[in-house]
Each structure stands twice: as structure tokens, then as C-alpha cells.
Design a protein around this ligand. Structure first.
Ligand SMILES: CC(C)(COP(=O)(O)OP(=O)(O)OC[C@H]1O[C@@H](n2cnc3c(N)ncnc32)[C@H](O)[C@@H]1OP(=O)(O)O)[C@@H](O)C(=O)NCCC(=O)NCCS
Length: 146
């Protein structure tokens, strides 16, 4: 692996990876999330050499009537998983979010069960019962503490 370049990304840059990892075998339209059409997401990417290796996105959404930030679409290309790429990208994204006084709080995500420990290591806490998303398996609500 080369030195990672982590920076803000455009939606167009991340859609192919998000599609390949999170919506594999389904139409490309399914890779778009609410807010994308309006340009509302904040996207981040980690590049390995010239190739996008991981992506993640933040969206301001209302939850229980309050503005919050939802983390969505975390994905690392299959051949580079478990090498710290996704973690480095998440750390950089969370650091930028924390330093932005205007960002809606709290930050939360619906984590796939397999990814719960990945988020726990960064200070997210799971709450509530596990629940299923059709086609995406069992998830847990997780919120970034502090
Ligand atoms: C979750 C994911 C983004 C992590 O990226 P990564 O570059 O592998 O991350 P890191 O190397 O920094 O950390 C590895 C951790 O990711 C998690 N992970 C590993 N493989 C995974 C998989 N296939 N699916 C979900 N999570 C996985 C594990 O928590 C792992 O740590 P552990 O096995 O030691 O507990 C990546 O595995 C992925 O794209 N998975 C498939 C899509 C997905 O589940 N996205 C998350 C939606 S909430």
C-alpha cells in the first residue's frame, strides 16, 4: 500500500466505490442516498496511489426533531480491508467534524453488526436493540460519545 491521501471528495468520486461495496449487483441508482441529489452530503475519501480506497459521507438529518449528523456509506475496497484504511479515513473525518462548531450534534450511524467494533474503537456507543434493514442485514444504532 502507498501513503494514503485523505481529503474531502465529490459525490462523483465516491459513488463507484460506494456502489461496488455497499450496493453490489444492484442498479447504480441505489448507491445514491437521501440528500445526494441536492448536493447535501459531505464526502471524504482515502486514496491509495491514484485510486480511491475508502469513502465515507456525513449528512445533516433531523432525528427526533433535532438536527444531527448521520454518518453513512463507509466502504473500503475489498482488497485493502483490515489494513487500517477505513479507520484512518474515519479518524480524519471525525476530527474535521469535531473541529466544526457549526456541525449538527450528535453524530450517529446505523452500523452493520460486523462493523460495530470498528466504530466502538473510535468512541461510538451502541444503544437499542439490533434491527434489520432489507437487503443490508442486521444493524445497531451507534452514537459518538462526547
Ligand atoms: C467497515 C469497513 C469500512 C472498515 O474498513 P477497513 O479499511 O477494513 O477498516 P480498518 O482496517 O481500519 O478496520 C478493520 C475493522 O473493520 C471491520 N470489518 C472488517 N471486515 C468487515 C466487513 N466485511 N464488513 C464490515 N466490517 C468489517 C472490523 O471491525 C475490523 O476490525 P476487527 O475485525 O479487528 O474487529 C470495511 O470493512 C467495509 O467496507 N466493509 C463492507 C461495508 C460495510 O460493512 N460498511 C460499513 C457500514 S456501517
Amino acid at each position: 500500500m502507498n501513503t494514503l491521501l485523505i481529503r474531502r471528495a465529490t459525490l462523483d468520486e465516491i459513488i463507484p466505490l460506494r456502489h461496488a461495496v455497499l450496493r453490489a449487483g444492484r442498479p447504480i441508482e441505489t448507491a445514491y442516498l437521501p440528500g445526494d441529489a441536492e448536493g447535501l452530503g459531505e464526502h471524504w475519501g482515502a486514496w491509495n496511489g491514484g485510486t480511491l480506497a475508502a469513502c465515507v459521507s456525513l449528512y445533516q438529518v433531523h432525528r427526533n426533531g433535532q438536527p444531527t449528523t448521520q454518518l453513512r456509506g463507509a466502504a473500503t475496497v475489498e482488497g485493502l480491508r483490515n489494513q487500517g484504511v477505513g479507520g484512518a479515513l474515519l479518524d480524519a473525518t471525525l476530527a474535521a467534524w469535531r473541529s466544526n462548531d457549526q456541525a449538527a450534534r450528535p453524530l450517529w450511524c446505523n452500523a452493520r453488526i460486523r462493523a460495530v467494533t470498528f466504530y466502538e474503537r473510535r468512541g461510538f456507543i451502541a444503544s437499542g436493540e439490533p434491527f434489520d434493514f432489507p437487503d443490508a442485514g442486521t444493524h445497531r444504532y451507534m452514537e459518538l460519545a462526547g
